[in-house]
Design a protein around this ligand. Structure first.
Ligand code: CTP
Length: 406
């Protein structure tokens, strides 16, 4: 289950153009299984209507501390007591200043002040013009609200509604969802440094051609996201894929198997867990041409010969740190048949404590998958689910194995 399922989120909107993104955010929260109670300031209602937010969340929006719909006429108490978290998105410069002062003259500030501070976290997604963001008053206020217990999410960089370019845009709805999921997820991998390979490799034939495979990188990216949610420091070494980098994850792009090995070997010095999901090309052309190979009139086709690529997983699994128990190695096996037998043999051959089998043709490029976990005690199936969900389950399984072995 994702960390947001069943959570009750008070989504507060203060005034700003970024209010248009909050509609999408509300939709994503509901889709993730959260209930969403929207509270809007008067300024927010100038940018987006409560009708939109009510329709998306299925709940009437609150905007006034004098709301007579509440039998006790205390929406600030009732709304803040039932929340698992209060998320202000967008959080304007003015609203940050109000929080700093502990103002209570309109509902949203009032309920932030009235929230049980030890139990109900307050998260802020700031949104403002770059000069307002950079102003010492704003930065001072942000430092103060953080010291007072709020979690200040970052801001985006880019074109702003005012025509200027710089820091201060509100994070995209998807990015706020990632931050929120990470906030709620149990920190099962706190203190761990996870190194992950993902995607295909590309082996050049000449400067414009090469051989590769159909791996999309989605499983490795999902594991990277889940490991970061679980509190790990994550380095993702990615072959050529078209996927956005999960928030908070350090990504290093590589192309060939040899590039991937060099990068991984360096990064593995710092890692405590290595997860090899990449579909590394087994062979590469023996001699890549420096210039584009041209057709000639003879009708002759070029003859390619191949050499074997290094086995990245086996190399790392044999390293000193892995053998000393300082680096826990997890392999993947992409098979097309006899999953249990092939994957069990591969686990032994690669010398890893945990191997994760999946049926390659059924998973490449898909958003879901089914996994078979094989370790020295036998096998265990993680039934078909989204790769995001399987990533979280795999992280839990790895954390459990690490905790029982330490
Ligand atoms: N792997 C690797 N380097 C390679 C080949 C594979 O690191 N040169 C890793 C993969 O990332 C995966 C595991 O080894 O974690 C198994 O990959 P797979 O392609 O299933 O197996 P192969 O070793 O290529 O064996 P075979 O082709 O015989 O199935």
């Amino acid at each position: 289950m994702n960390a947001l399922a069943g959570k009750h989120i008070v989504l507060g909107l203060s005034g700003g153009v970024a209010c248009y993104k909050s509609a999408e955010l509300a939709r994503l929260l509901v889709k993730a299984g959260a209930t969403v109670q929207v509270v809007m300031t008067e300024a927010a209602e100038r940018f987006i209507t409560p009708v939109t937010m009510q329709a998306l969340t299925g709940r009437p929006v609150y905007g006034s501390q004098w709301d007579a719909r509440e039998p006790n006429n205390m929406p600030h108490i009732n709304l803040s007591r039932e929340a698992d978290a209060i998320l202000i998105a967008p959080c304007s410069a003015d609203f940050v200043a109000r929080l700093v002062q502990g103002r209570a003259d309109e509902l949203l500030s009032l309920l932030c002040l009235a929230r049980p501070i030890a139990r109900v976290p307050l998260l802020l997604a700031p949104a403002m013009n770059r000069e307002m963001w950079a102003h010492p008053a704003t930065q001072r206020n942000l430092a103060q609200v953080a010291q007072d217990g709020a979690t200040v999410l970052g801001v985006g960089n880019g074109d702003q509604a005012c025509g200027e370019t710089g820091d201060g845009r509100m994070l995209e709805a998807e990015e706020i969802m990632e931050e929120l999921a990470a906030f709620f997820a149990p920190k099962r991998l706190a203190g761990q440094h996870v190194l992950i390979t993902a995607g295909p490799t590309f082996e050049a034939i000449d400067p414009v051609r090469g051989i590769t495979n159909l791996s999309s990188g989605k499983m490795g990216f999902a594991i990277a996201r889940a490991a970061r949610e679980a509190g790990a420091e994550v380095t993702l070494v990615a072959g050529p894929v078209h996927l956005p980098t999960p928030r908070g994850v350090r990504r290093i792009d590589v192309r060939s198997a040899q590039n991937m090995l060099e990068t991984v070997a360096g990064q593995a010095q710092e890692a405590t867990i290595f997860i090899a999901t990449a579909a590394v090309a087994d062979w590469r052309p023996a001699n890549a041409a420096d210039q584009k190979i041209k057709k000639d009139s003879s009708g002759q086709v070029p003859q390619l010969s191949f050499v074997e690529n290094p086995d990245i997983l086996a190399t790392i699994a044999q390293s000193e740190r892995a053998r000393a128990g300082q680096l826990y190695c997890v392999g993947f096996a992409a098979e097309s048949e006899n999953l249990l037998a092939h994957a069990s043999a591969k686990r032994v051959r690669k010398g890893v404590p945990l191997l994760v089998g999946n049926i390659g043709p059924a998973t490449f490029g898909q958003d879901d998958n089914a996994l078979l976990l094989i370790d020295e005690n036998g096998s265990h199936e993680l039934p078909r689910a989204s790769k995001a969900e399987l990533g979280r389950q795999l992280v839990t399984e790895i954390a459990r194995r690490l905790n029982t072995s330490s």
